[in-house]
Design a protein around this ligand. Structure first.
Ligand SMILES: Nc1ncnc2c1ncn2[C@@H]1O[C@H](COP(=O)(O)OP(=O)(O)OP(=O)(O)O)[C@@H](O)[C@H]1O
Ligand SMILES: [Mg+2]
Length: 500
């Protein structure tokens, strides 16, 4: 009986100042199974996993792993026991190579007791070959896309030969193709007897990959069931505590004049002769595989990178964008995909993070209007259901999804005319997701123009009036809302569209 589970966490309670993150919860995981852990943003999923690996200390409760009661105080102890974790917030060492990142802290040494770089590279290559990971171990980490970094993290977790692997939103940054690769890897691991704890907000994935599902709500355990006895509506109801009907509440908006025009934009291999228009009231989806250049297009328009050639027109007038400040002055806003690197200022409060871009609007004559700021901040907190004990809380203490919501509010507060959003609902739970979709839809209805990159097919199909598809830096096609299907987009995204 004792061996039925590889992991038994019982009566776990964990509090932070002002927050009961976990209230007497339990989680029992069988070996050779995929166990999904789901719940809204701030439900306590990541906290429980951090308690498990020894990153956080629990207030009370017991953890039994592989038949032994354990009380871990350092993550290294967790790894020794056979528990590895892919974190929600990736923390690679950007200057190091892929191989160096994977073997960080356990580098193979040569006869002179120096790091054997050649061997390390070979080990990484073997690992990649075994698991069909299409990456070069010798490349610098900072050269990779977020998606590839996520693959490196996955490879690293596997390389420990762990008995249990925790995957905290492993697919937040990857598209369908890499998800397939990951799922093949997960199934192989499972068949070898590894237990996988799988945290995700993507309902379809959860049902595709998991054997059992545990739901948390507000720091409390709600249910544990075989996946086969649940379906998506039942799971959502368990998570949210109510029924959720409108998944993509896109409203009809009047499409007006062209607001943004991009002509023959070029920058390196990922932005090749890109041209398009974006009208008032329109939501233009930008689809494509990871690495197709979607993010680079947004960043080039916004002045994060300088264009090599091409023109940007706003309201028919040319604007010279040399840096983001120029784009902001022209009425643009950009919600970036890599929130850790380019978005969140960890040591500042939730309020200060919200107002990082809109402060000038709230400082008439240079005087900061504290009252108005507090009011607007409270409004955002309510509208997006941001879970935080106070607006003074440091943003780094918020759950991953709630950090993302703060960034969304940062750009909403600038009241941009042109809103460019890169994976706007990455890591955001189903309830808040439809809330963000509703806000985007309302903005369009008010006459704003929205350019949205998303790797989630239902989001692209559900929200866009028109979809541009990119492949290897080029726009390979355009489809209207009416004619858009997943197949059509995938054909264009993989460059296999016969008709084109
Ligand atoms: N270091 C910390 N200091 C203070 N509060 C924290 C800390 N870590 C987590 N919390 C709080 O504990 C609660 C649970 O957070 P947790 O990160 O476990 O949520 P989650 O279920 O992983 O959510 P998400 O889906 O957004 O990642 C949240 O209210 C969060 O703000
Ligand atoms: Mg989390």
């Amino acid at each position: 009986m004792a061996d039925e589970y590889i992991l038994r966490m019982s009566n776990i309670t964990k509090t932070f100042p002002g927050v009961v993150a976990l209230n007497d919860v339990h989680l029992d995981v069988r070996p050779g199974t995929v166990h999904a852990l789901v719940g809204e943003n701030g439900a306590g999923k990541s906290t429980l996993m951090k308690v498990l690996i020894g990153m956080y200390q629990k207030d009370s409760g017991t953890v039994v792993f592989d038949g032994q009661e354990v009380d871990l105080h350092e993550t290294a102890e967790g790894l020794d026991l056979g528990i590895s974790m892919i974190h929600q917030e990736l923390a690679p060492v950007p200057e190091m190579t892929v191989a160096e990142n994977i073997y960080l802290g356990r580098e193979p040494l040569n006869g002179l007791r120096l790091v054997d770089k050649a061997l390390m590279r070979r080990m990484a290559q073997e690992l990649f070959d075994e698991w069909s990971i299409p990456l070069d171990p010798a490349v610098q980490m900072k050269k990779l896309t977020v998606a590839s970094m996520q693959l490196v993290e996955i490879a690293k977790a596997i390389s420990y030969d762990a008995k249990a692997i925790i995957m905290d939103e492993p697919t937040s940054a990857i598209t369908d193709r890499e998800v397939d690769l990951l799922f093949t890897m997960i199934r192989r691991l499972r068949d070898r007897g590894t237990a996988i704890i799988y945290i995700s907000h993507k309902m379809d994935e959860i049902f595709k990959i998991s054997d059992e599902i545990t739901v948390f709500r507000d720091g409390q355990w709600v249910l544990t069931e075989p996946a086969s006895s649940l379906d998506i509506p039942a799971l959502i109801t368990a998570m949210v505590g109510r029924e959720l009907t409108h998944m993509f509440p896109k409203e009809e908006a009047e499409i007006g004049d062209v607001l943004l025009e991009v002509r023959n934009l070029n920058r390196g291999p990922l932005v090749k002769d890109v041209s398009f228009t974006l009208r008032k009231g329109e939501i233009l989806g930008l689809a494509g595989l990871v690495g197709a250049g979607r993010t680079e297009v947004l960043e080039t328009i916004f002045g994060v990178h300088r264009a090599e050639s091409g023109q940007i027109l706003v309201d028919g007038e040319r604007v010279d964008v040399h840096e983001p400040r120029d784009a902001i002055a022209a009425g643009m806003a950009l919600l970036t995909e890599d929130r850790r690197a380019t978005g969140i200022m960890g040591v500042l409060s939730v309020r200060d993070n919200m107002f990082a871009a809109a402060l000038p609007r709230y400082s008439p004559g240079g005087m900061v209007d504290r009252k108005r700021i507090d009011r607007a901040a409270e409004e955002q907190r309510t509208a997006l259901a941001i879970k935080t004990p106070s607006l003074d809380q440091l943003i780094k203490n918020l759950s991953g999804g709630n950090q993302q919501k703060v960034l969304v509010s940062r750009w909403l507060l600038t009241m941009p005319d042109i809103l460019m959003i890169d994976e706007p609902t990455r890591g955001i739970d189903v309830g808040a997701k439809s809330e963000i979709h509703r806000i985007i839809s309302t903005l369009a209805k008010e006459g704003k123009a929205v350019l949205m990159v998303s790797s989630e097919m239902p989001e692209i199909l559900g929200m866009s009036d028109r979809i541009l598809v990119m492949h290897e830096g080029e726009v390979t096609g355009e489809v209207s809302r009416a004619e858009a299907t997943q197949d059509k987009i995938m054909q264009l995204a993989t460059g296999t569209d016969a008709a084109a």
